[in-house]
Design a protein around this ligand. Structure first.
Ligand code: NAG
Ligand code: NAG
Ligand code: NAG
Length: 395
């Protein structure tokens, strides 16, 4: 009797051969982007009556021209589009662009709550999506990935206006933001969206602009980062909740907070000269007024390009992590996995305790963010490590 094993082997060998062709069958080709300046691909210039810095040098310096992006070059959605194998996703407000692979609704200064001038709030972005949804087929919209980064400016404003909030005030504000986000995610689900990719918020007190606004301090400012932490905890709970409530709701949750924290504290480990100061700007940490007169010559050496936004190199590292990192960084699916998940399946792997447990070892070290001595000693260790490497090389 023939041994079935060779047959099985050849079957799996065959499916390996076929694998590269699988994506063309059902892989999402559509990406929708919502959020603020971190993701803005040029929307701001269409609504602003004032000069929009991102449309002028030195923004875009690494790619040869300014594009309305708040970086020296590409932003995270550009990298994710490339990894998906589609062209960069254009800003929705550019009426002549090609939207066949999706649209970018993100715009600088966007918030969840309130209505700042010359921007689109998160809810206005979602309304714009709904108004335009017939540009895409129902199938494209259900297979599409919906990417979000929103809330930074809400918490920065809150921290500025409430320097000493009580715990109840902090929690109440976070609850308002999360409730508003929940409503918008449900609107998108209602239009057929199923694949949601969210970042948690960065340690906002580590943004050079925030450090400068708080008396030119070198260490990270506590309250804004604390608000981000409270938000991040609730955001993950919300996603777990939605995946239980809404049939077929799928998500990818990326721990941006830890990625940025690690790169601020241990910059050299992640190829940066510094995560403390921005490449472009003036003041103790180059936190404000980025212009051609005060820009560094090698943006790749910096995590932050200006006081609030990442360099292209920072965005590239973030894009790679969202796309392919393991569940300690992004879960329950990374973006690559999210794309392949068949529709109408809900992954219940991310039981809340399990998801929180994956995050908590990192959260324990958060206090070090506010402790300049500890940061210095970490940096010293890093330096010793570098010297050690150099010495062992010489030997
Ligand atoms: C709008 O999109 C078109 C087509 O991609 C492009 O040529 C044009 O430069 C864009 N306009 C702006 C202001 O970015
Ligand atoms: C601030 O930016 C300048 C370029 O204008 C750069 O040479 C300097 O190193 C930056 N400061 C810090 C602390 O990195
Ligand atoms: C998913 O479920 C919806 C209804 O809930 C149904 O209309 C649709 O055909 C299903 N899609 C697939 C791929 O099974």
């Amino acid at each position: 009797m023939a041994n079935p094993k060779p047959h099985l082997f050849s079957l799996s060998f065959l499916s390996l051969l076929l694998l590269p062709h699988f994506p063309t069958v059902s892989l999402a080709q559509t990406l929708f982007v919502f959020g603020d300046g971190l993701y803005d691909a040029g929307n701001k210039q269409f609504v602003s009556s004032n000069r929009v810095d991102a449309s002028f040098p030195p923004y875009g310096m690494t790619v040869g021209e300014p594009t309305g992006r708040w970086s020296d070059g590409r932003i995270v959605p550009d990298y994710l589009a490339s990894f998906m194998g589609v062209p960069h996703i254009p800003p929705i407000l550019n009426g002549t662009a090609d939207f066949s692979h999706g649209a970018n609704f993100a715009i600088a200064d966007a918030t969840v709550l309130g209505s700042p001038p010359e921007t689109l709030t998160f809810s206005q972005q979602v309304i714009k999506f709904s108004d335009n949804k017939n540009k895409w087929s129902a199938q494209a919209r259900s297979e599409a990935v919906y990417l979000f980064y929103i809330g930074s400016d809400d918490y920065l404003k809150f921290a500025k206006n409430n320097p000493n909030p009580s715990d109840d005030q902090k929690q109440a504000f976070v609850d308002r933001v999360i409730t508003a986000i929940e409503a918008e995610l449900k609107v998108i689900y209602g239009t057929g969206g199923r694949k949601f990719a969210l970042h948690n918020l960065a340690p906002l007190g580590c943004l050079p602009a925030v450090k400068q606004a708080n008396g030119n301090v070198q260490e990270c400012v506590k309250l804004p980062s604390e608000m981000a932490e409270l938000h991040n905890k609730k955001l993950l709970q919300l996603l777990v909740e939605l995946s239980r409530q809404l049939s077929g709701f799928q998500y990818s949750f990326y721990d941006f907070f830890s990625s940025i924290k690690d790169r601020v504290i241990k910059s050299k480990t992640y190829t940066f000269e510094t995560g403390m100061a921005a490449c472009c700007g003036t003041g103790s940490v180059n936190g404000t007024s980025c212009s051609t007169n005060n820009v560094c010559s090698k943006p790749d050496d910096y995590l932050f390009f200006d006081g609030k936004h990442l360099t292209q190199e920072g965005n590239l590292q973030v894009g790679h992590l969202m796309w392919g990192a393991d569940p300690v960084v992004v879960g329950p699916n990374n973006l690559r996995e999210l794309l392949f998940l068949p529709l109408n399946t809900t992954v219940m792997l991310a039981d809340i305790e399990e998801a929180m447990a994956a995050m908590s070892p990192k959260q324990n070290k958060i206090e070090s963010l506010y402790d300049i001595k500890m940061m210095e000693s970490e940096m010293e260790n890093q330096w010793l490590y570098q010297v050690g490497k150099a010495v062992s090389f010489l030997i």
